[in-house]
Ligand binder design. Structure first.
Ligand code: UDX
Length: 434
């Protein structure tokens, strides 16, 4: 099927390349000329394992192309996937201006029946809004609005696209649902469960899923705080909980709080949308508050590891991205942590395998290093903030020699406290006794 994907960010690019790999003819559109020219040169503007290969394979097989010409792309497509940003506004609600602009362009260019698919995470009711824009435009052509939320994790996006746990389709007419199954035909034959429901339910499934996952993480992060008070081990508690098939072991890894471009945005949008429709979503509001509190507690933890003050001390931060295998700094916990430490008088050195470039516009007076050992050089405290694999096998002898003081604060529980003690470190972590 001829498909246009509008927006070539984390979601749009993976969706475009994935749908092309399923045998559809896909044209990816963006207003950013530089980005489109780079994509045409085979350069991928984001770090996502496997995306470069998937894009070049489908470009070579002439199923995937890139353009800035939105009008032509709309006219030539049977299905149009909207994958533009829905960034949070100051009040926490989702900014729909880009979605509305695309909907108006589609209405203007309609030249036949089209499937209009919201792939971006959009507030409940956005499908209806797009229908209204189409109707107000007076177009004589049928535009079927479909919700098809993505469940892609950064760093695992290709895998999540190719082998999803489910495909969710929110459609108001059966023909639209049937066309969507045609688009996702390879998955359909793979027996991937398809959830076909109405548009509002599909939009809510996305928010409810992310909201629940963020709640699960925040729950274990609070359990970690209790563990530190009562002398329990959060890792063992998580294992004990996770063996209950109703709970499951995933997303029970205690850490410095959740970040990224989705959980913070989606949890605040969930709370905001509920409030707009007259319901106070108390658990979501609490998750947002607690998540911010957890990040501040990490600052306190590091200051305590420094003997109660970090004034004039040098702190080495290993990992800046909100999680491994991505260069994405959006809402990364390291942002309030580094700013909190600098406010407390520390000077900060940092290394991240991918996110240094994206960090430079966020922090001031951070010294960026080329690897963990250079970051540790002369530092008083070493902080593991993102669990990149390369930080799991550090040469601890080298680290100890490089540090001015053998103090390590492990916010991702990468190392074993006993081992660190025997290596001569003053080691603290999250939810476990030192
Ligand atoms: C998330 C959802 O997983 C995905 O389905 C949705 O489409 C987009 O949002 P992503 O934000 O890429 O994906 O990352 P994810 O792996 O879910 O991690 C989110 C945050 O939670 C990260 O900051 C991560 O460090 C944190 N996290 C995750 C934990 O602190 N503990 C865990 O056990 C898991």
């Amino acid at each position: 099927m001829d498909i246009a994907v509008i927006g070539t960010g984390y979601v749009g690019l993976v969706t475009g390349a994935g749908l092309a790999d399923f045998g559809n003819d896909v044209i990816c559109v963006d207003i950013d000329v530089k980005k489109i020219e780079a994509l045409r040169r085979g350069e991928i503007p984001i770090y996502e394992p496997g995306l470069g290969k998937l894009v070049s394979k489908n470009v070579e097989e002439k199923r995937l192309s890139f353009t800035t010409d939105l009008q032509t792309a709309i006219r030539g497509a049977r299905a149009i996937f909207i994958a533009v940003g829905t960034p949070p506004k100051a009040d926490g609600s989702a900014d729909l201006r880009y979605v509305e602009e695309v909907a108006r362009s589609i209405a203007k260019e309609m030249n036949g029946p089209k499937l209009i698919v919201t792939k971006s995470t959009v507030p409940i009711g956005t499908g209806r809004l797009i229908e209204k824009i189409l109707k107000e435009s007076g177009t004589p052509h049928k535009g079927s609005v479909v919700s098809n939320p993505e469940f892609l994790r950064e760093g695992l996006a290709i895998e999540d696209f190719m082998k999803p746990d489910r495909v969710v389709i929110g459609a108001s007419d059966p023909e639209a649902a049937a066309l969507m199954k045609e688009i996702y035909a390879p998955l359909h034959s793979l027996e991937t469960p398809f959830v076909v429901t109405n548009v509002e339910s599909s939009e809510l499934i996305k928010y409810a899923s992310n909201g629940f996952l963020a709640t699960k993480i925040t729950f274990i992060n609070e359990i970690a705080q209790v563990c530190e008070k009562v002398g329990a081990n959060v890792h063992d508690v998580a294992v004990g909980m996770g063996l209950d098939s109703r709970i499951g072991p995933k997303f029970l890894q205690a850490g410095p709080g959740f970040g990224g471009s989705c959980f913070p945005k989606d949890t605040s949008a969930m709370a905001d949308i509920s409030k707009k429709y007259g319901y106070e979503f108390q658990i979501m509001e609490a998750v947002l508050r607690v998540n911010d509190d957890i990040k501040q507690r990490m600052v306190t933890k590091i200051i305590e590891a420094g003997g109660g003050s970090v004034k004039g001390k040098t702190i080495a931060i290993l990992g800046l991205a909100f999680k491994p295998e991505t260069d994405d700094m959006r809402d990364s916990p390291t942002i309030p942590i580094i700013k909190g430490l600098q406010k407390a008088g520390a000077s900060v050195r940092a290394f991240d395998p991918q996110a240094v470039e994206n960090s430079k516009s966020i922090f001031e007076n951070v010294t960026y290093c080329v690897d963990a050992y250079q970051a540790a050089e002369g530092a008083d405290i070493l902080v593991i903030a993102t669990e990149w694999n390369e930080f799991r096998a550090l040469n601890l002898g080298r680290i100890r020699k490089a540090l001015r003081q053998p103090v390590v604060v492990d916010l991702r529980n990468v190392y074993d406290p006993q081992r660190m003690k025997s290596e001569g470190f003053n080691y603290t972590s999250v939810g476990r006794a030192s």
